[in-house]
Design a protein around this ligand. Sequence first.
Ligand code: 3AM
Length: 177
Amino acid sequence: MRLFVGIDLPHELRIELASLRTSLPGARWVPEENWHLTLRFVGEVTPNQAEDVDLALATLRGKRFALTLTGLGTHTRNGREVALWAGVERSPALEHLQNKVETAMQRAGLAPERKRFMPHVTVARLDIISEAKLPAYVQAHNLFRAGPVEIDHLTLFSSQLGKEAAVYTPEVAYPLG
Ligand code: 3AM
């Protein structure tokens, strides 16, 4: 199974994120049920490894924190903008928690993550036609801000890749103290 650790966004943040889904030709909006903040991509694991991941997360002592979404940005691939995301306000508490998750995943036997943590919520995949419209869109939504909202649990998600969109399912929730 394919797994990742993240934050299932509270209702308050979802309402605000929905305001971003305005007209942007060529944007394929991520279905609302898939909105999340990834803390650690785990990838394909065996059932035994999944158990180790679950155990490591269950013993992690993380603290609640306040999550604020702010601003917009894009991911580029081969010089092309391919995804639109809402940013996350810098937060030492979130970084601390992400570090703990990383340590837990290494304890579960995963190789260290080499990529720097760049928290974001992906809201749309972009086709070529949306690129030309992006500057105006980004300008119109630049002041996007949602929260702060208290986050009181981590979530282990499974991810099933499909032809149209992936299906992300919250599998286990781990309370934060
Ligand atoms: O938070 P987002 O939606 O950007 O991009 C994938 C998605 O992130 C990312 O994990 C989240 C759930 O699938 N992802 C997928 N494959 C990945 C990989 N090989 C990856 N992140 C890092 N390495």
